[in-house]
Design a protein around this ligand. Structure first.
Ligand SMILES: Nc1ncnc2c1ncn2[C@@H]1O[C@H](COP(=O)(O)OP(=O)(O)OP(=O)(O)O)[C@@H](O)[C@H]1O
Length: 255
């Protein structure tokens, strides 16, 4: 097993005028390559802080984070980030948005362009190439945003509440499509979500965090019977409901 992400006793303290806040306290865990991991926990338990440190936006105060056994020292090209907002540039067509990362990295080769287009079609966006973001629905824009992120071939994808701005039906459809795409391309993924059902339906393991200070409370493996199903089908399975109740119980006792 290759470790894609290793958190070694990671701590983050913020200093502000009102004093010191320990946002993350000795977070320790390993995520193997190809795994899809969810992080759930009460508001303020340090989920976004963890993702930001993983993305190399700022360093931990204590401990260390490794990506494929190399310490994180800043933003890394192996990491892609998908946020709640799509941040597509409104003055560029969908196709021009999709390969913006390739342009910035000087990688806009014929092969890479073809790869980006194939991702666009995989995500059901054929026919939108020459449209502008305002001509697409919220779900389509999120899909285009994911294509842009995947076009530069990240090995690790961080998803910070990517579906929370979408309505329920679109969100379920997107969960299915995105889970399939990430599995197909064997991308190690970390999903931060407030939606327990989403974490169970999409992930191989769910990390439950506790508050004040933010720390890892529990790790729950999603049973094989659920993982073998699509996120939509998983929600119908009896094991899904059992696990939902267990995680719900865990979260009631995490303070
Ligand atoms: N820049 C900052 N300066 C001071 N404190 C901060 C800063 N950013 C976050 N915090 C504090 O660190 C703690 C963890 O915040 P963080 O945003 O990581 O939590 P979260 O679990 O992502 O929350 P939510 O689920 O509400 O998005 C909170 O107590 C927050 O107030």
């Amino acid at each position: 097993m290759t470790a894609a992400i290793t958190f070694k006793n990671v701590t983050k303290k913020y200093l502000s005028l009102s004093g010191e806040t320990t946002a993350v306290d000795r977070f320790h865990c390993t995520i193997p390559e190809g795994e899809f991991v969810g992080i759930v926990g009460p508001s303020g338990c340090g989920k976004s802080t963890l993702l930001s440190m993983l993305a190399g936006l700022f360093p931990p105060t204590g401990g260390e984070i490794l990506l494929f056994h190399e310490p994180v020292t800043g933003p890394s090209p192996v990491i892609g980030y998908m946020l709640q907002q799509d941040y597509l540039l409104p003055w560029r067509t969908i196709l021009d948005n999709v390969w913006i990362g390739l342009e910035i990295r000087g990688q806009k080769t014929t092969e890479q362009i073809e790869y980006a287009k194939s991702l666009l079609y995989e995500m059901g966006l054929e026919g939108t190439e020459q449209k502008y973001p305002h001509q697409l629905s919220g779900g389509m824009r999120q899909r285009a945003s994911l294509v842009r992120t995947l076009a530069v071939r990240p090995k690790i994808l961080l998803l910070d509440e990517p579906f929370s701005a979408l309505d329920y039906q679109i969100k379920l459809q997107l969960e299915d499509l995105i889970a399939r795409t990430l599995q197909k391309h064997k991308i190690t993924s970390v999903l931060v979500t407030h939606d327990l059902g989403e974490a169970i339906a999409m992930c191989d393991r769910v990390l439950v965090m506790a508050n004040r200070p933010g720390r890892l409370k529990n790790i729950v493996n999603v049973p094989e019977e659920i993982r073998a199903l699509s996120p939509l089908e998983a929600r119908e399975h009896v094991e899904f409901h059992k696990l939902f109740r267990k995680l719900w119980g865990d979260l009631q006792n995490v303070e």
